[in-house]
Design a protein around this ligand. Structure first.
Ligand SMILES: [Zn+2]
Ligand SMILES: [Zn+2]
Length: 961
């Protein structure tokens, strides 16, 4: 019988089973809406930020996925048509690098394999290992629609990428041009500005003397000195620039210089961009190796001489230095200059050096031909540029509303600032793994042929001269180009062919049949994006640009034009915080403080880890992950487990005498009769107030408030109070009033069942197990996740003044007061004593009523046999906020021994307090000590102070000898 839960809560025994069940049963699939079918609630659509196919789950993923899963489960249970779409990214550079490393271990290179065989090898890797991170996600219980799982290189998504490229090309928004890019000589590809990490580097500034030539072309004996941090680039110098008003160089206007080591004659040019104050005020101009020099070169119509090859070695343009690695060449060049007396000086110089984010190689700014999207170019038919639309989507519209809302709001400014200063987007990468650019070069007329929009198949001939000698561009597209299209492409854009669903999985579906926009019409725009700050520009900004641009071309289902508010890829963006270690340090491999979520899950169970993250997650606050907390939440899960065992045991006992829970009362928001016992009325009111708070907290991304509210309800209200009191009502004796027992049992089970539903978005495994057990193998749904969140009449109740809550609070205060007094007076735990109770008149509490009605509670919970409403006559009185109490118990203590003990304690506390105060008053200690140490010390100080006060009071209360 399912009621027979194992004695101990063991997450490993239940979590694997339910994780597999949810996937196998395809429980969270959201089918394509069909004509005529009931719509089934407003959609809640959320896209998983696709992890790299090479990835492994880290704590950031776990936080991100926990937050998404809580919201998706909550919205689904609140009646929304929830769709959470999973998938993986082909991750161009990362995946290519990884397979290249594998090849290197076999002593091979990708060049030896050739492009086709290499790409096949990557696919083979992907088919074998590629799903690992999604398998980890399944184990964490993410309630995603696995039947819609995608991979950014899937056939249908590749069609979308090609269509996006050709449409932008047709609209004049894609061009090919020579530009200075960040080149990684290791990865041998251009990388974006965002993929370059800058480190401060202690380097040098080399000062080089360039001989000035006379009108006869011979050395005049005069030199012009330039300064550089990259001397090897001088091989590509085509001029030296000075400020036109720089008085030091007025006499050199129109003169030429001889480039040392190379011998080329180069002009002195005048440009106001040159800073007279930096270095010597004379700047060498190398257009092929520096973005500023490139701009100078354009202004002055100078040639560009690229002196390096793709691997960072000097090429034939470098004469004697050809074939040398750039840093080796640097050493030779400096030595040769010195020999020739042309090195004026070497100065220490600290500057920022860019490194490739993937492989940490020093990035070489270098001229190369790349493909770009002109994001700032206005298209007449659209009345805006891509960037302008993406800006308008985040700013308040004419109606004052924003089409996309950021939480925390500060990221809106970060986004707008970046978008308002955005440059053309370099979308080509010199990789083999990725979407190959759909453009063909003609060997005859050298023009480019790009297929027409909506065309199928590759072009067979040049569109300009008709030649069949055309070859496809070898570059692939930036990975973010395809992931930026996901919000439209996952719903079938551009062709809206229907997916013929097979078994769940990325390779199962085929795309065919009549165009069907039902998915797009139902689920676009998506509701929410939950992601990290690190990909705000990479991904979020690109999705907004591409999403607004392409969906804006699609009319609404009724044929009307699509407003910007309906073109955006998502309506809300929640940027989650970082997970740090317990000391608030950033996790890093070098520090060795990385927490592996899978390891922690193995130790404490997924539910406890999820709850830990949720209990600390709120907008803009980083999480200091502390396993002590996770241990605490495992204990919380255990407490709920034990509560379930207690409840099921009573259900079984009731069954033996023919009492059954009224099942009609389960599944909604529990209700009670007005004359039900106080604890029943109170726990239902508490549950309602808890649901209201949780709804409110989740609507504003206060996961912490939601989790802590549920925790307090379950642990405090339900377990510590309600369960203890309800034991009095579960009367299974011969003489019992069976209808009352049945009623109490039904309230108990219905409140527990509702509380499981409330908790399930946070702890899906534990609640699934217990919820099925509540229904004893005959549940009304396949999963607790498919039931409704506890709500009354569809809306959460307003929390308001409730006399039941007020009365219960009084009962709790009296019980707590008596318990403390018993302890202070040394009453043996099980001994029943009677007591006095004296309410203060001004508080309006019907004290006589409370005391008269709840004698059984005081007897059971505080072991007070009888409470007499009368003035206090004993010395050991305990004053509370609303009343004072005393017990009929004579304390027999050895007064001199007690005085001795208390005096010693007081001395000890005073000493400890003084030490803590000294330390907390020490500014330099406070400045250096980690936050948790200071916090601990403060806590210790306040606890010692309390103990000291208690000991002093006890000493004063001792009778004279
Ligand atoms: Zn690299
Ligand atoms: Zn041609």
């Amino acid at each position: 019988m399912p009621h027979d839960l194992p004695k101990a809560y063991d997450p490993t025994a239940i979590e694997d089973r339910w994780a597999a069940y949810w996937v196998e049963e395809n429980l969270f699939a959201q089918p394509t809406p069909t004509a005529g079918a009931a719509p089934g609630g407003e959609p809640f659509t959320i896209l998983l930020p696709p992890p790299n196919v090479t990835g492994r789950l880290h704590m950031g993923h776990m936080l991100n996925q926990t937050e998404m899963d809580i919201l998706t489960r909550w919205r689904r249970m609140s009646g929304r048509r929830a769709l959470w779409l999973p998938g993986t990214d082909h991750a161009g550079i990362a995946t290519q690098m990884m397979v290249e490393r594998q090849l290197a271990e076999e002593g091979k290179t990708r060049q030896q394999l050739g492009r086709e065989a290499f790409v096949e090898r990557v696919w083979a890797w992907k088919r074998h290992y590629g799903g690992a991170i999604l398998d980890q996600m399944k184990r964490l219980g993410a309630s995603v629609d696995w039947s819609r799982e995608y991979f950014t290189m899937d056939e249908n998504l590749s069609v979308a990428v090609r269509e996006a490229f050709v449409r932008l090309y047709e609209q004049g928004l894609i061009y090919r041009g020579a530009y200075i890019v960040n080149w990684c000589p290791r990865c041998q590809t251009a990388i974006s500005d965002l993929e370059v990490v800058y480190d401060e580097h202690k380097g040098h500034l080399w000062e080089i003397r360039y001989p000035v030539l006379g009108d006869d072309g011979k050395d005049t004996g005069e030199f012009l000195t330039v300064a550089t941090t990259r001397p090897e680039t001088m091989l590509g110098d085509v001029a030296v620039a000075v400020h036109p008003e720089d008085e030091r160089y007025l006499h050199l206007h129109g003169k030429k210089l001889r480039l040392p080591l190379v011998g080329r004659e180069i002009p002195i040019i005048l440009d106001e961009w040159v800073s007279r104050d930096f270095g010597t005020g004379a700047v060498k101009v190398t257009p092929a190796h520096d973005p500023n020099d490139f701009a100078l070169g354009e202004r002055h119509h100078l040639p560009s001489i690229n002196v390096m090859d793709d691997t960072g070695h000097i090429n034939a343009e470098g004469g004697a230095y050809a074939g040398l690695d750039r840093f080796v060449a640097r050493k030779h060049i400096v030595a040769d200059l010195e020999k020739q007396g042309l090195l004026a000086g070497i100065k220490d110089h600290t500057h920022n050096v860019g490194h490739c984010d993937r492989c940490k190689t020093v990035v070489e700014p270098r001229l190369s031909t790349q493909w770009f999207v002109a994001v700032n170019k206005k298209v007449e038919a659209r009345g805006a540029s891509m960037a302008e639309l993406a800006i308008a989507a985040v700013k308040p519209g004419a109606d004052g509303k924003k089409a996309i809302r950021f939480t925390p709001e500060m990221y809106e400014k970060t986004y707008l600032n970046w978008m308002e200063n955005i440059h053309d987007w370099c979308i080509s990468r010199q990789l083999w793994w990725g979407h190959r650019i759909p453009a063909w070069h003609c060997a005859v007329c050298h023009k480019i042929t790009v297929p027409l929009p909506n065309s199928k198949g590759d072009p067979a001939a040049c569109a300009h001269c008709g030649s069949a000698e055309i070859t496809q561009e070898t570059d692939v597209l930036d990975t973010w180009f395809s992931s930026g299209l996901l919000p439209v492409s996952v719903f079938g854009w551009p062709n809206f062919t229907t997916r013929n669903m097979g078994a769940p999985g990325p390779d199962s579906g085929t795309w065919e049949g009549e165009p069907n926009r039902a998915d797009f019409d139902a689920f676009y725009p998506t509701s929410l994006l939950v992601t990290g700050f690190d990909i705000l520009f990479f991904w979020v900004a690109r999705m907004i640009m591409l999403g607004c641009w392409f969906s804006g071309e699609i009319p609404m289902p009724d044929g009307s034009p699509r407003a910007l508010s309906e073109s955006v890829p998502f309506k809300e963006v929640y940027i989650h915080a970082l997970v740090r270690d317990a000391n608030r340090e950033k996790m890093s491999k070098t520090k060795g403080n990385v927490i592996d979520p899978i390891e922690i899950v193995k130790q404490y169970g997924t539910d406890a880890v999820r709850f830990t993250l949720a209990s600390m997650a709120s907008p803009g606050t980083d999480i200091a992950f502390n396993v002590a907390r996770t241990e605490g939440y495992r204990a919380f899960a255990n407490k709920i487990w034990n509560a379930a065992r207690f409840i099921f045991m009573n259900v079984d006992r009731a069954a033996e005498i023919g009492i059954a829970v009224d099942r009609a009362q389960l599944g909604g928001m529990p209700t009670v009769r007005e004359d039900a016992p106080l604890e029943a009325r109170w726990i239902v009111a508490e549950l309602q107030a808890t649901v209201a708070k949780v709804n409110q907290a989740l609507a504003s991304y206060r996961y912490d408030d939601a989790a802590n509210t549920i925790y307090q309800f379950f642990w405090g209200s339900f377990c510590d109070w309600y369960l203890e009191i309800v034991k009095l009502r579960l009367d299974f004796s011969e003489t019992a009033d069976k209808s009352k027992t049945k009623e109490a049992l039904t309230t108990l089970v219905s409140v527990f069942e509702a509380a499981l539903r409330l908790l399930s978005p946070f702890m899906p495994f534990l609640t699934e197990e217990l919820w099925h057990a509540v229904y004893d193998g005959n549940p009304p749904a396949k999963s607790v996740a498919l039931t409704t969140f506890p709500m009354r009449d569809g809306t959460p109740p307003e929390s308001a003044y409730d006399p039941d809550i007020f009365e219960m609070v009084a009962v709790q205060q009296i019980v707590t007061g008596y318990r403390a007094l018993r302890k202070d007076s040394g009453v043996p735990e099980k001994e029943l004593v009677s007591g006095q109770f004296n309410p203060y008149p001004m508080h309006g509490m019907n004290a006589a009523g409370v005391v008269a009605h709840h004698g059984d509670i005081f007897r059971h919970l505080a072991k007070i046999s009888e409470v007499r409403l009368e003035p206090i006559t004993y010395r050991n009185v305990r004053p509370e906020a609303n009343f004072e109490i005393a017990i009929d118990y004579v304390t027999t203590i050895d007064i001199p021994a007690e005085r001795d003990r208390l005096t010693k304690d007081i001395a000890k506390y005073e000493k400890g307090l003084a030490a803590a105060e000294r330390q907390l008053g020490n500014e330099s200690f406070l400045a250096k000590a980690p936050a948790h140490v200071v916090e601990g010390l403060k806590k210790q100080e306040s606890e010692t102070r309390t103990l000291l006060e208690k000991a002093k009071a006890a000493l004063a209360a001792l009778p004279p000898e």
